[in-house]
Ligand binder design. Structure first.
Ligand code: UD1
Ligand code: UDP
Length: 363
C-alpha cells in the first residue's frame, strides 16, 4: 500500500506540519506519523501534539544527545531502521533542524522519495547549523515545497535536482486554524503581570551559546522601555544556569520569564503584545499573518526570511545591546501601518502541498 510518512522532531515542525497532517487525513491518504525525538520535554513536544489535536505518533523516540553530530547520527540510524521496516512511498520533512537532515539522508540512501516542506530558505550565514541542514536537505529532496518566489529562486540558483513548487508557508495555515480556539481557551493573559508588553524569545545556538551575546540580550530586555514577557527555551535556560545568571535574571522587574508555553498561549501573546523581539524563524513568519500583524525585531545578523523584512514587518537589528534598545524605542515611537497581506501565503499552503503529492504519486 502507498503511504506518506510525516516526520517531526521539534516544536516548530509539529506546528507547521499540523495543517499538512490534517490535509492528508482529509484526502484519506494513508499516513504514518513519526516523532524522531529531537525535542523530548513534554512542553517542547507532546504538549503540541495534544493541543493541536494531532494523532499520537505511530513511532516516537527520544534523542538526548548534546553534540550536533551525535544527535544527527543517532536520528539517521533510528530512521534508517524504521524506513526499512515501513517502506513509505514518500517521506515529508519540514524546515531545517538536525532531525530533518538526518531523516532526509536516511530516506534518500534507501531510495525513498523525500518531500521538503519550507524548502529554499537561505540565511547565507554558515555559522548556523540550520543553514547546513536546509541546504543539504534541499539537495536530496525529490519535491521541494518553497514557501515564496524568493525561496524558489534560491533553489533554482543552486540547480537542485528535485521539482520545485511554490506553495506558501504552512505556518500561516496554522495561525489561521488555531487562533480562534486560542482566543477562546487560553488563560495566559491572567498570568502576565503587564497590560502592555513586548514578547521576546531567544534560542539560536549562535546567539545563546555565546555568553557575550546572551548577556547583551538580557541587559537590553532588563533596560527596555517596555516590560518584557519571555517564554524561555530550555537551551537558553541551560546556558543561563551554566553561567550562574539565571537567578539574577529572574529578579528583574522588567522581565517576566515563563516556561516554554503551548501554541494556543503563544498565539494569544503574539496577538496581544506591542511588538516582538526574537531570533526565531517561525515567529518572524507568524507575525505577518493577517490576524496577528506585529512588528518584529530580529536579534540576529541575518535572516532567511527576507520577505518579512521587505513587507515592513521585520527588521534585523543585530546582537548589540545598544542597537536592540534603540530599535525597541524606535519601533514603539514610530508605529507603522503594517500590510494586510502576508508574504507567506493565504493559509492554504498545506492543501496545495497535498494536491501536488496526490498528482505526483497518483494517490
Ligand atoms: C532546534 C533546532 C533549531 C530550532 C529549534 C526549535 C537544530 C540544529 N536546531 O534548536 O533550528 O529553531 O530546535 O525550538 O536542529 N532541550 C531540552 N529539552 C528539549 C529540547 C532541548 O532540555 O525538549 C535542551 C537540551 O539541553 C538540548 C538543547 O536544549 O541539548 C538544544 O536542543 P536541540 O534540539 O539540539 O536544539 P534547539 O536549540 O532546540
Ligand atoms: N512557540 C510556542 N511557545 C513558545 C515559543 C514559541 O508555541 O514558548 C511557537 C511559535 O508560535 C512558533 C514556533 O513555536 O510557531 C517557533 O519555534 P522556535 O522559535 O522554537 O523555532 P524556529 O521557528 O526558530 O525554528
Amino acid at each position: 500500500m502507498k503511504t506518506v510518512m510525516v516526520v517531526v522532531g521539534t516544536r516548530p515542525e509539529i506546528i507547521k506540519m499540523a495543517p499538512v497532517i490534517r490535509a492528508l487525513q482529509k484526502n484519506r491518504i494513508p499516513l504514518t506519523f513519526v516523532h524522531c525525538g529531537q525535542h523530548y520535554d513534554y512542553n517542547m513536544s507532546q504538549q503540541f501534539i495534544e493541543e493541536l489535536n494531532l494523532p499520537s505518533p505511530d513511532y516516537g523516540y527520544k534523542v538526548k544527545a548534546y553534540s550536533q553530530g551525535a544527535q544527527t547520527a543517532r536520528i539517521i540510524a533510528q530512521m534508517e531502521k524504521l524506513l526499512k521496516k515501513t517502506s513509505p512511498s514518500l517521506v515529508l520533512v519540514e524546515g531545517d533542524t538536525n532531525g530533518v537532515l538526518a531523516t532526509a539522508l536516511a530516506a534518500v540512501k534507501l531510495g525513498i522519495l523525500v518531500g521538503h516542506v519550507e524548502a529554499g530558505l537561505r540565511s547565507f550565514d554558515l555559522r548556523m547549523p540550520e543553514e547546513h541542514n536546509r541546504r543539504l536537505t534541499d539537495h536530496v529532496s525529490t519535491y521541494l515545497f518553497a514557501p515564496t518566489p524568493t525561496a524558489e529562486n534560491n533553489l533554482k540558483k543552486e540547480a537542485v535536482w528535485g521539482k520545485i513548487y511554490v506553495t506558501g508557508n504552512t505556518v500561516i495555515d496554522a495561525v489561521l486554524q488555531h487562533l480562534p480556539l486560542a482566543e477562546q481557551k487560553s488563560k495566559i493573559l491572567e498570568k502576565v503581570g503587564f497590560s502592555k508588553f513586548a514578547l521576546v524569545t531567544a534560542h539560536r545556538a549562535e546567539n545563546v551559546d555565546d555568553i557575550v551575546v546572551l548577556k547583551n540580550f538580557l541587559e537590553a530586555f532588563d533596560e527596555a522601555p517596555i516590560p518584557v514577557v519571555y517564554p524561555m527555551h530550555p537551551r537558553t535556560k541551560k546556558r543561563l544556569r551554566q553561567n550562574r545568571i539565571y537567578s539574577k535574571i529572574k529578579k528583574s522587574k522588567n522581565i517576566q520569564i515563563l516556561p516554554p508555553v503551548g501554541y494556543l498561549d503563544f498565539l494569544v501573546l503574539m496577538k496581544k503584545c506591542e511588538l516582538i523581539v526574537t531570533d526565531s524563524g517561525g515567529i518572524q513568519e507568524e507575525a505577518t499573518a493577517p490576524c496577528i500583524r506585529k512588528p518584529v525585531l530580529v536579534t540576529r545578523l541575518s535572516t532567511e526570511r527576507p520577505e518579512a523584512v521587505e513587507a515592513g514587518f521585520a527588521k534585523v537589528v543585530g546582537i548589540e545591546k545598544r542597537d536592540i534598545l534603540k530599535a525597541i524605542e524606535t519601533a514603539l515611537k514610530n508605529r507603522r501601518k503594517l500590510p494586510q497581506k502576508s508574504p507567506y501565503g493565504d493559509g492554504h499552503a498545506a492543501e496545495k502541498i497535498v494536491e501536488i503529492i496526490k498528482m505526483e504519486l497518483s494517490f
